[in-house]
Design a protein around this ligand. Structure first.
Ligand code: FAD
Length: 398
């Protein structure tokens, strides 16, 4: 480590110690998460203090250029900042699709005007974004999407519907894939638009999930006028932009970039360490088969985190390409296995929906166990990740 690295580490450490509120050094509570925008406020005021302080330093988006609300950190400085955040057990100051997905994509493909307009409010946590990709007839085969945008010169006229749009009911903006050329081969007739959710003709209808929550919606477009300035990348080349955004989504690096105190990997941890949980539920010696499965699962988590960290460091703090599908696939399997293990330990005492017969952690994990069924579907199913790994990472023939 150079002298300037040491000086930076000392500066970061002192600043975080002085500025990270005590309640932001604890495990993330989902209701307290800040995902941008004002339409859904987190329940802890400290989270907004933490966000504002971090945003003022550019540390909600540490590697983005200063002019766009970042801190312009190089790879080494970024890794130091992450390590110090982790040492403190600090929560990420800002999550959501703006900072983790759209921001990095706009940096790569946006015009100067689009970057200047959207990136600073994203970095300050002022706007919430949602993703309009899937449609009833286009999920894994996303390029079959039919939502149409008619080119009217200075604007597009959008008609159609999207489904499973997470957080659309709270979002200010949507990044959206639309068909702009019906005659072209399907991957070449798609464009990437930014749509203001308050535009007349946009309607959002929440959908209820198996765990009782409504995290996503169906979103309808009825003659929605979208200014041409909101086209990202070239007309009919939206597939290139949209695919790159998926790599940011699948990387899981957003959670890693802070103290891994957000995201599915942390939320699923039981209140007690697994061996203690097993003892609490009467499995004092922990049967050998369960013990082996616990060890395998813990090793999977450790290997994933180390691989993500190595990849991040090697890629100069930028999201890597198709290899992100490996992270997405392994993380989905880890999360599902981990929750199955907790259920195995708790037995029927882990299958509670509500009521005093179940402890709070068991109730929470039962709903997460149900919710986790979706993790190997959301963001592209496991089978699709395996297809990408086979073709794009291993170079196997189609
Ligand atoms: C919790 C959650 C949140 C989501 N949030 C969003 C969001 O914010 N925005 C958004 O646009 N979408 C979102 N989605 C949608 C998600 O991207 C799709 O559900 C996913 O891409 C799968 O598409 P599908 O549901 O149409 O399933 P289908 O594509 O119909 O797939 C059905 C089954 O067939 C398998 N299959 C399909 N094609 C192949 C193939 N070529 N090879 C092997 N197997 C195949 C799939 O793996 C799957 O098991 C979300 C989904 C979930 C569950």
């Amino acid at each position: 480590m150079t002298n300037s690295d040491t000086a930076f580490r000392n500066e970061v450490s002192a600043w975080l110690e002085a500025n990270c509120p005590v309640s932001m050094r604890t495990r993330m509570v989902p209701e307290e998460a800040v995902n941008g925008g004002n339409r859904r406020r987190g329940t802890n005021a400290d989270a907004y203090l933490w966000l504002d302080r971090m945003a003022a330093r550019g540390w909600t988006a540490p590697t983005w250029p200063r002019v766009y609300g970042g801190a312009g950190l190089d790879k080494d400085a970024y890794v130091i900042l992450m390590a110090e955040l982790q040492r403190l057990g600090a929560r990420p100051p800002l999550g959501g699709m703006g900072i983790t997905m759209l921001g990095p994509t706009l940096l790569e493909f946006g015009t100067d005007a689009q970057k200047a307009r959207h990136l600073p409010p994203i970095a300050r946590g002022e706007t919430a974004w949602c993703q309009g990709y899937s449609e009833p007839g286009a999920g894994s085969d996303l390029a079959s999407l039919a939502t149409h945008a008619e080119d009217r010169g200075d604007h597009f006229l959008v008609n159609g519907a999207k489904i499973w749009t997470s957080g659309a009911q709270h979002a200010d903006w949507m990044f959206c894939l639309v068909r702009t050329d019906r005659a072209a081969p399907k991957h070449r007739g798609i464009s990437f638009l930014l749509i203001d959710m308050t535009t007349p003709g946009v309607t959002v209808r929440p959908i209820r999930m198996i765990n009782g929550a409504s995290p996503f919606c169906q979103t309808f477009f009825d003659n929605v006028v979208v200014p041409r300035d909101n086209l990202v990348g070239a007309l009919n080349d939206g597939w290139t932009v949209g695919k790159r955004l998926l790599q940011h989504e699948r990387s899981g690096l957003a959670a890693l970039a802070s103290a891994d105190t957000a995201g599915p990997m942390d939320r699923i941890r039981p209140a007690l360490p697994m061996p203690e949980l097993a003892r609490q539920y009467g499995n004092a010696g922990i049967e050998p088969e369960l013990r082996q499965d616990l060890i395998d699962n813990a090793m999977l988590r450790a290997a994933l985190l180390l691989t993500q960290r190595r990849t991040l460091e090697e890629s100069a703090a930028h999201t890597p390409g198709a290899a992100t599908s490996i992270f997405k696939y392994v993380e989905a399997n880890y999360v599902k296995e981990q929750l199955e293990l907790q259920l195995r330990i708790r037995g029927t005492a882990g299958l509670g929906w509500s009521g005093d017969d179940f402890d709070a952690d068991a109730l929470d994990k039962c709903r997460l166990w149900l919710e986790a069924k979706s993790i190997s579907i959301a963001g592209g199913s496991n089978e699709i990740q395996l297809n990408i790994i086979a073709r794009r990472v291993l170079g196997l023939p189609d």
